[in-house]
Design a protein around this ligand. Structure first.
Ligand SMILES: [Zn+2]
Length: 304
């Protein structure tokens, strides 16, 4: 069978080498603040990059401020202008109300040390609705949080999410939901993109981000395609050729968002998904920053 040069059947080692070279070249040019060159497109002058999926967990530093400084030091090498951070440390899959407060305080303190560079989502747990609503009020009224993050405590089609989604939406924020379709079975509280579709159907005016595009992204993209208030987050899986192209083809570039999942993943591996994708220059720019900026604009306006 004839193979497309960018198909996933291409030799993995060869592809990774070419991909990392492309990113390395792009990065070198970014640090000189000149322009990025990809294989197929004309030069992109200084793309703005907003990373919509960041964790300070795992970064060097004893304090939130030190962790943020470590994070931005690496982000600077890649020309990343803004980072959206969520969840503190250590990671807590089913946080108590006290743990939620502690983790959001960690992230808020880190953001306060770099207010021009960092934004955040409030970590919430639908097992503790009242405590989660308090956290949303506390951190979204005047910032610095611009949405909520839900992880693996409760599958997201659960009705307990409804008051949280309503409150965030009234404040102009977004709902970021981790999703994965695991071949060996999800965790009991781990959501699939299909679960997110069920939630998004109940809240047609809310804006949802499908974390990791479902992990198994070919299924994830298909699942969310008919639900226009779901955007996909490219973060946190192997830098596989074809992922970004399929998302753009099936959803339109305006529903696709760059995110890295650093420090769990490297900026280089995740940027490679966008830099190496066969998409237009304008779509690349939209995915790297413009879409997220537009999505977060109501929350940024409402807190000022
Ligand atoms: Zn993550």
């Amino acid at each position: 069978m004839k193979q497309h040069p960018r198909s996933r059947r291409v030799d993995r080692r060869v592809w990774l080498q070419s991909s990392s070279l492309t990113v390395a070249a792009a990065t070198a040019k970014l640090t000189r603040a000149s322009e990025v060159t990809t294989q197929d497109d004309p030069p992109i002058p200084d793309p703005v990059i907003w990373d919509g999926h960041c964790h300070l967990h795992g970064m060097p530093g004893a304090t939130p401020q030190e962790k943020m400084a470590s994070f931005l030091k690496v982000a600077d090498r890649f020309g990343i202008e803004r980072v959206v951070c969520f969840m503190g440390w250590p990671f807590d899959a089913d946080p108590t109300p006290d743990a939620l407060r502690r983790q959001n305080e960690q992230v808020a303190a880190a953001i306060a040390s770099a207010p021009q560079r960092a934004l955040g989502y409030v970590y919430v747990n639908p097992r503790h609705v009242d405590a989660s609503l308090e956290e949303i009020e506390r951190w979204m009224r005047r910032g610095p949080m611009v949405g909520i993050k839900l992880w693996v405590a409760v599958r997201c089609h659960d009705r307990r999410l409804d008051p949280l989604v309503d409150r965030v939406t009234r404040l102009g924020g977004v709902i970021f939901q981790h999703t994965w379709i695991k071949t060996n079975g999800n965790l009991p509280g781990e959501s699939t993109p299909q679960d997110l579709v069920a939630l998004a159907k109940r809240h047609p005016t809310a804006k949802f981000i499908c974390g990791h595009t479902g992990g198994n992204w070919e299924l994830g993209i298909r699942a969310v395609r008919p639900q226009p208030n779901i955007f996909v987050d490219l973060a946190g899986s192997e830098p596989t050729a074809g992922m970004t192209e399929m998302a753009v083809r099936e959803l339109g570039a305006s529903r696709v968002l760059f995110g890295s999942d650093a420090s769990g993943r490297s900026f280089a591996s995740q940027l490679a998904k966008v830099y190496d994708a066969r998409i237009s220059t304008d779509d690349r720019r939209a995915i790297l920053a413009r879409n997220l900026r537009r999505l977060l604009a109501p929350a940024l306006r409402s807190r000022s």
